[in-house]
Design a protein around this ligand. Sequence first.
Ligand code: SF4
Length: 440
Amino acid sequence: MSHLGHIEPGSRHLLRVGMSPDAPPDTEADGDGAFGYAHSYESSSRYDGPGLRVVLFVSGCLLRCSYCHNPDTWHLKDGAYIAAQEVIDRLGDFAPALLALDGGLTISGGEPMVQLAFTKRILAGAKKLGLHTAIETSGYLGDRVDDDYLANLDLVLLDIKSSDPETYRRTTERELAPTLRFAERLGAIFATTVASGSISGTIGADGAPFTASLPYGIMRLVIGVVFSLGLILVVVGGAELFTGNNLIVIAWASGRVRTQDLLANWLVAFCGNAIGAALTAILMFLTTQYTFGGGAVGFTALMTAKAKVELGLVPALTLGIMCNTLVCLAVWMCYSARTTAGRIITIVPPIAAFVAAGFEHSIANIYFLTIGLSIKYGAPETFWQAIRRTPDDFASLTWRTAVFDNLAPVTVGNVIGGSVMVAAVYWFIYLRKASDLNSR
Ligand code: SF4
């Protein structure tokens, strides 16, 4: 039997059976959600949603699961009384790492829905930071949750302790019905979302709705494999790619290509690639694909572009070096393949590795930065309302930062990676002696 007795709808006060002596008056507990009770937090979980998560454990739970390993979160006022803004500020310290690892905030407990206004405030704050948001809930208080609350959530981890009402009652001391009602409601929202094309957000870059539900490593790998199509088209189709052409340094070092011809090739290839990438981005902008999934595709594009211009000089340069080392190794390995299928197979692992590792590719970045900037300066008000952001939230993303803070260092890094780390090294190992003989 529960020692809480019957719970009136809407009542959270019955939870307060274990008030700490210094607990503030009830009116301060939730109200507008400016303050609430938190039990603890964990800064680097990989199990409570996609990517890397900060998990906030809030106090208060109506269930009494027989196997509960967090009974210290049962009583609301056993938690620490804390301002929602303080939680959001703390979360802001972790935001860059969470964004880089496609993670976010998960509110667990206890039961997040016990302190609806408090958790809603924190979720809205996390959204403002651009983070993925999730709650772990039994769903027992789902009837209390309005659509506004759900709009702040990307993921609901609904823990149905048992689908059998009797087992549920025996295990949790509560009824199963409210949880099932909430599950049905979530199911209806999911069906509507799929129908409106949200799942088509699988197209494109990291963080899209479908891929975000996969484990982080798998997600990056899948994106990497898809991305390798670009180099396959270049190599098999016989196109010119600036980054791959850094291998011409081998012919230059052997004295078969003049310096001015090498530089002219790079200049023409870079300009041609840049025009192609920028025009493709503008074309994609005109398709309004960025509005798909309630703006999720466009939001991801904006966050990707913003993260690129905020990298900093040294990371942008070194990520560029690492990237083109792998791209040029992929091209170099192609030379050993005898068939088209062999070439394709040799390309995929290095390209998947560079994308999975988050390295920076100048030509790909021209696409990502152009589409991000096009959205920032060209998207209509309805898009900004849908993602609940304004262009000011992406103040760091400008044409100037795109060129000078990302493209310039990344391009230099790409040249170093391709020309020095691969071309010069392989020339030195395999071709230097042949060059010496030819020159005698
Ligand atoms: S819902 Fe979670 S916190 Fe609440 S009693 Fe059950 S296991 Fe414990």
